[in-house]
Ligand binder design. Structure first.
Ligand SMILES: O=C[C@H](O)[C@H](O)[C@H](O)COP(=O)(O)O
Length: 218
């Protein structure tokens, strides 16, 4: 199986976590795009979805899936999203597509987070993938200096503005041995909106596509 076939296989496998007549939390990215396509095929069995990005909203609307504002929804039974890296502890780095903040918000509302990846995303220690940090534009240089103090090497993602009107710093050369602590530490820097470590609220289930099938880690 090539990587796209794996993404498709794992996206299809996630459909079984979607409850009848529910509103589904939907992430962002190329793996989730396959999930949205699969969700469209069962759209008559669900009430609709809450989206984590403009890109996912547009794709779902095009396919006839009703998209609800998160503020009109009390609870989501499940949130399905990809990741840039995931460990066996179900901690993740996310935000390669700059959607991390809304992803973290929708994930917080969901009872169950199902992370869908191909096996290239599985790691022992987070940090090889540069850690995305969403920052209020005026704080960019200050936050970058603070991230250097934490041992990272922040790089401004030029030309990218998030759905929230902010900028992204990608932090290279971090070996994230304590993801929960670092997630909190970075979020405490003034000017940081959020960072791409998902450890305080990690995944509940990881579905990982391999050459021989989809593995479940729960
Ligand atoms: O901001 C983007 C998200 O966190 C994605 O879930 C993550 O980057 C994985 O995306 P993909 O499935 O395209 O590798």
């Amino acid at each position: 199986m090539d990587q796209n076939e794996k993404k498709q296989a794992v996206a299809n496998a996630a459909i079984k976590y979607v409850e009848q007549d529910s509103i589904v939390g939907v992430g962002t990215g190329s793996t989730v795009n396959y999930f949205i396509d699969a969700l469209a095929k069962i759209k008559h069995n669900i009430e609709g979805a809450v989206s984590s990005s403009t890109a996912s909203t547009e794709r779902m609307k095009k396919l006839g899936i009703e998209v609800f504002d998160l503020n009109s929804v009390d609870q989501l039974s499940v949130y399905i999203d990809g990741a840039d890296e995931v460990t066996d502890h179900k901690h993740m780095i996310k935000g390669g597509g700059a959607a991390l903040t809304q992803e973290k918000i929708v994930a917080a509302v969901a009872k169950k987070f199902v992370c869908i990846v191909d096996d290239s995303k599985r790691v022992g220690v987070l940090g090889k993938f540069p850690l995305p940090v969403e920052v209020i534009p005026m704080a960019r240089s200050y936050v970058a200096r603070e991230l250097v103090k934490l041992g990272g090497d922040p790089v401004y993602r030029e030309g990218v503005t998030t759905d929230n009107g902010n900028v992204i710093l990608d932090v290279h050369n971090l070996e994230i041995l304590n993801p929960r602590e670092l997630e909190q530490q970075i979020n405490n820097i003034a000017g940081v909106v959020t960072n791409g470590i998902f450890a305080m609220r990690g995944a509940d289930v990881v579905l990982s596509a391999t050459d021989t099938g989809v593995e479940t880690l729960d």
